[in-house]
Design a protein around this ligand. Structure first.
Ligand code: SIN
Length: 296
């Protein structure tokens, strides 16, 4: 996919997991085709104060606030993972287009296999805005990252926009090699006894099964709007969910919330389920079923 050759089409989703090399290594040992880091920025960030994660009906709501040790600090961990043969996708963000470019350069020089540009975090909008809400900004960020990237550039989009296809086309114009669809859907949880929002940030991003129909619709629409590959993300809990994403137009999938609930061997189980589905239905490889639900 986009020049990446992975042992299978599963990865973890950047979001809550992925802040250390040992944890990412466990995800790879659990069977993932590649691992995705927690989004890394320029300077270290503490993120929002607790509570930052709450279970809700059909999934989870998080407002981590992009806590991370900074891209420079993470370089050693990337090298450690690469030394162990783990393909690494570095998710990253910036407060400005220049910062996106600077962080991309650091991560690219660390030798990551791909860069995932997070222009879609719903939890820092007041502080640094969500560049991925605007097509022009999305195109400019993508172009800036592409200028310094030595590996494929994947742009992760938000479902919290009016027309996701417009943003996907902007990323493609900017030179994106692939798109991840989607980040979390902005939501709210209120405690009836305390009579106040549960998360310190008030709102958070919804992930898990409740997000799946929205995310699947986004993948479907983007598949019809752009030529570049799509990584489907949102509410995948088993191989059947993953196959639905592939049929809708995704070439690979990212799984986050289900791994927090069910453990890291979920990646291997889903990859094996996809493989069995292909064999049982007479398909040779994943690409044979990508977008098949769109018909002729
Ligand atoms: C967060 O750190 O708030 C979650 C990351 C994201 O949604 O991009």
């Amino acid at each position: 996919m986009a020049g990446l050759e992975l042992r299978n089409p599963t990865m973890n989703a950047a979001g809550v997991l992925g802040i250390s090399a040992p944890l990412l290594k466990r995800i790879y040992e659990g069977g993932a085709g590649a691992v995705v880091t927690k989004s890394l920025g320029g300077p270290q960030r503490m993120g929002h104060s607790n509570p930052t994660l709450v279970s809700v009906e059909g999934g989870a709501l998080n407002a981590m606030g992009l806590p991370n040790p900074g891209a420079e600090y993470f370089v050693e961990m990337i090298r450690e993972l690469k030394g162990d043969g783990v393909p690494v996708v570095a998710s990253f963000f910036g407060g400005s287009i220049e910062e996106f470019r600077d962080v991309a350069l650091v991560l690219s020089e660390a030798g990551v296999d791909a860069l995932e540009v997070n222009v879609s975090c719903p939890n820092v909008a007041e502080e640094m805005g969500m560049l991925g809400a605007d097509p022009m900004n999305t195109e400019k960020v993508t172009e800036a990252v592409k200028e310094v990237a030595k590996s494929p550039v994947i742009v992760k989009l938000s479902p919290n926009v009016t027309d996701i296809c417009e943003i996907a086309r902007a990323a493609e114009r900017g030179g994106a090699d692939a798109i991840t669809a989607v980040n979390t859907l902005k939501g709210l949880a209120v405690d009836a006894d305390l009579r106040r929002p549960i998360l310190t940030n008030v709102t958070g991003g919804l992930s898990g099964p409740a997000l799946k129909p929205v995310a699947l619709r986004c993948v479907w629409e983007i598949y019809e709007a752009v030529e570049i590959p799509i990584i489907g993300c949102g509410g995948i809990s088993n191989w059947r969910d993953a196959v639905e994403y592939l049929l809708s137009g995704a070439t690979a999938v990212e799984i986050g919330t289900a791994a927090m609930d069910g453990g890291f061997d979920i990646y291997g189980k889903i990859a094996e389920g996809i493989r069995e589905y292909l064999v049982e239905n007479g398909f040779k490889e994943v690409k044979d079923i990508v977008g098949l639900a769109h018909g002729g």
